[in-house]
Design a protein around this ligand. Structure first.
Ligand code: ADP
Ligand code: SF4
Ligand code: MG
Length: 334
């Protein structure tokens, strides 16, 4: 496989949940999502609560089965294996996840050492001694002092529990680390330290990361590319600098306007479209969009690129960056 091939290539991935009490109705949590992550690349995933971020990353970590689509990891389709079977394959260790709440995701009866060693033993089939050596190694990498390894979660601070969660994810030597709101449950004073740690680990270990957050400022600083999700779909994607500095989709424009110091805030009005059986021909953002017009209710927009194909948006009237430096340098029309 050539070096420039993506590590992860997601093709037309969907997840629909049955709706309790409504026979035949389906909630479209993830709808026709395609994305890719290169080796060592950091992709951000943003969007408001309930738009499908956690469902998408749980599909990618193979914690649940997709309704449709392919998850090509290093060229192999992981979605073809049922989640239960996948949990027993060697590839299981290659994609690891750091969960939102370190307290919820740690077993209260396990010491930090047991927690970190567990996936290592399960995934790599190594003996207890080798697993223990690996625990010492990753504990040092995440800055967890050896004396804390014998402690149980209730004897650790929030920041220390977060480090245990990160060490557990690193133990089986993953190539892709998925971070689902990794600092949302932490005190503000600890958040920056944990984010810096994650960024340093990513660079030092050459990891690919998928970083889910509702904190756009953090995503802007820590990711190279970003995907914006709205009601199960990716509505905009591109280099983080381009998407944050020149958002093309009206939804992204509103999101970005909420970052303090970036000009006047655009307040979204109107009801959010229900994710249950959304009409296929209508733009899902139409109910809140100030630029809505007739075509938006007859033809759902699909992702299409700007002139240089590095920035994509799903909107009939996407407002492309007025002037990319590279576009200007190439003498192309802005
Ligand atoms: N197991 C489930 N069963 C039914 N609906 C679900 C399930 N998990 C998530 N959903 C629904 O899918 C949508 C996306 O949820 P989620 O992926 O958690 O969004 P986010 O992480 O962006 O907040 C929501 O409407 C949520 O209620
Ligand atoms: S396609 Fe229409 S409704 Fe949808 S975001 Fe664009 S302008 Fe708004
Ligand atoms: Mg979530």
């Amino acid at each position: 496989m050539p070096d420039h091939a993506p590590l992860l290539q997601v093709e037309r991935l969907s997840k629909r949940f049955p709706v309790a009490g409504r026979r035949g109705a389906l909630l479209h949590a993830v709808d026709d999502v395609s994305l890719h992550i290169a080796p060592g690349e950091s992709l951000g995933l943003v969007g408001e609560s309930g738009c499908g971020k956690s469902t998408l990353v749980r599909l990618l970590a193979r914690l649940m089965d997709a309704s449709e689509g392919r998850i090509l990891f290093n060229g192999e389709d992981l979605a073809a294996l049922p989640a239960r079977q996948f949990a027993r394959t060697p590839q299981r260790g290659a994609i690891q996840m750091v969960f939102q709440d370190p307290t919820d995701s740690l077993n209260p009866r396990y010491t930090a050492r047991d927690t970190i060693a567990e996936p290592c033993r399960l995934l790599s089939g190594v003996d207890a001694r080798t697993a223990n050596e690996r625990v010492d190694e990753v504990a040092a990498q995440v800055g967890l002092p050896p004396e804390l390894l014998q402690r149980f979660p209730h004897q650790l601070s929030g920041g220390q529990k977060a480090r245990v969660g990160i060490a557990r994810a690193l133990a089986p030597r993953p190539r892709l680390l998925i971070l689902d709101e990794p600092t949302a449950a932490l005190d503000v004073s600890v958040q920056a330290v944990v984010l810096q740690l994650l960024d340093r680990l990513r660079r030092d270990l050459g990891l690919s990361t998928l970083f889910v957050s509702h904190d756009l400022n953090v995503v802007r600083l820590l990711t190279e590319r970003v995907a914006v999700m709205y009601l199960g779909r990716i509505v905009e994607t591109g280099p983080s600098s381009s998407v944050f500095d020149h958002p093309a989709h009206p939804y992204t424009q509103a999101l970005v306007s909420a970052i303090p110091g970036l000009g006047p805030r655009i307040r979204l009005e109107g009801e959010v479209q229900s994710p249950i059986d959304p009409p296929p021909q209508v733009c899902r953002f139409a109910s809140r969009c100030t630029a809505v017009h007739d075509r938006c209710r007859r033809e759902a927009p699909t992702l299409h690129a700007d002139g240089l194909a590095i920035h994509q948006a799903a909107c009939h009237v996407a407002r492309w960056p007025a002037r990319f430096p590279v576009q200007a340098a190439a003498g192309l029309p802005a």
